[in-house]
Ligand binder design. Structure first.
Ligand code: SF4
Ligand code: SF4
Length: 280
C-alpha cells in the first residue's frame, strides 16, 4: 500500500505519549482557516513554480516532474511559500513497508508511532499495513485525525490502533463548515463511536475568539463524551490559536485567546468530569 509522505520525524515528544516517530501524510479534505501547515493539504502538480525559489539548487525539473535532492536542502521553506497548490516538492510516494524500514531504525529509542497529516485517514489501507507491522514489533500506534473517516467501517484498522487523537473544530455543523469547509456529522459520530470502543485517546480544539462559539463547542463536546470517561480517560487539549505557519490572508483576521480565556474553557471541561486537560 502506498501513501504520499510529507515527512517523517524520527523522534517527537509532542505527538502522543513518550518518544515517538511521527509520520506526516500528504493531503487533506478540510481547509481550516487557521491551518498551521497548509503545505500538507494539496497534491504536487509538478508545475515547476517552486524550482527557481530554491536558493541551493535542491529542486530541478526533470522532464515533466520536479526532482528534489534532500542533500542540498537547507529547509528554508521558500518552495512551500510559493506553491500555488498548498503542496511541497519534498513529498515522496512510499509503501508502508518502506516507511516501516525508516521506523525500524528507531525501535530502541521510541515507544510508538503516530501517523498525522494532512489527513492521514485518507490512506486507511496503508495505515492498516503500517500499524500491523508496528504492533507486531511492540510499538504503540496512534492516529491524529480530523475525524472524516467513518471508523466504524474500518474495524481492522481500529484493532491495530491504540488510540485516536481527534480534532473537534466546532460542535455546530454550520460553524464547523465555515471554519473547515466541511460539516461535522461524521466527526461527532466518530467521537462517540471511538469513545465507546475505548479508542479515543485525545480531543483537540483550537481556540480563536470570535471564530466560532467556543463555549458551546466545549460544553456540547463534554456533554457528548463525559459518559464514556469511565471506559477510558480522554485527554482534552485546548490549543491557543497562533499565527505561525498560517496563510497570510488569515493571519491578520484571527485572534489569539488570553490565558484567562483558556483557563475558563478548561474549567468548563473540569466541571464536566474531564481530568486530563492541557492548555497549549
Ligand atoms: S510543490 Fe507546488 S510549486 Fe512546486 S512543483 Fe509542486 S505544485 Fe508546483
Ligand atoms: S526548503 Fe529546501 S528545497 Fe525548498 S526552497 Fe528551501 S532549500 Fe530548496
Amino acid at each position: 500500500m502506498v501513501a504520499t509522505v510529507n515527512k517523517i520525524i524520527p523522534f517527537s515528544t509532542v505527538d502522543g505519549p513518550g518518544n515517538r516517530t511521527a509520520i506526516f501524510l500528504q493531503g487533506c479534505n478540510m481547509n481550516c482557516l487557521y491551518c498551521h501547515n497548509p503545505e500538507t493539504r494539496g497534491k504536487c502538480m509538478h508545475c515547476g513554480a517552486c524550482v527557481n525559489s530554491c536558493p541551493t539548487g535542491a529542486l530541478s525539473l526533470k522532464g515533466k516532474r520536479v526532482s528534489y535532492d534532500c542533500r542540498k536542502c537547507i529547509h528554508c521553506d521558500s518552495c512551500i511559500n510559493v506553491c500555488p497548490y498548498d503542496s511541497s516538492p519534498k513529498t515522496a510516494e512510499m509503501t508502508a513497508e518502506e516507511v516501516w524500514q525508516a521506523v525500524q531504525k528507531q525501535i530502541p529509542f521510541i515507544r510508538g508511532i503516530t501517523v498525522s497529516g494532512g489527513e492521514c485517514t485518507l490512506y486507511p489501507e496503508f495505515m492498516l499495513e503500517l500499524f500491523t507491522l508496528a504492533q507486531a514489533n511492540g510499538l504503540s500506534t496512534l492516529i491524529d485525525s480530523n475525524g472524516t473517516l467513518d471508523f466504524e467501517l474500518y474495524p481492522d484498522l481500529l484493532d491495530v490502533t491504540d488510540g485516536v487523537m481527534l480534532d473537534i473544530k466546532a460542535f455546530d455543523p454550520e460553524e464547523h463548515k465555515r471554519v473547515t469547509g466541511l460539516s461535522n456529522e461524521l466527526v461527532i459520530k466518530n467521537a462517540r463511536y471511538l469513545a465507546s470502543k475505548a479508542k479515543l485517546y485525545e480531543l483537540r480544539t483550537v481556540v480563536s475568539p470570535g471564530l466560532y462559539n467556543t463555549e458551546q463547542t466545549i460544553i456540547q463536546t463534554a456533554d457528548l463524551l463525559s459518559p464514556y470517561l469511565s471506559i477510558r480517560p480522554i485527554r482534552y487539549k485546548l490549543i491557543s490559536y497562533r499565527p505561525m505557519g498560517v496563510r497570510p490572508q488569515y493571519k491578520e483576521t484571527l485572534q489569539i485567546p488570553t490565558h484567562k480565556q483558556m483557563e475558563y474553557y478548561a474549567g468548563l471541561l473540569a466541571a464536566k468530569g474531564f481530568k486530563d486537560i492541557i492548555i497549549i
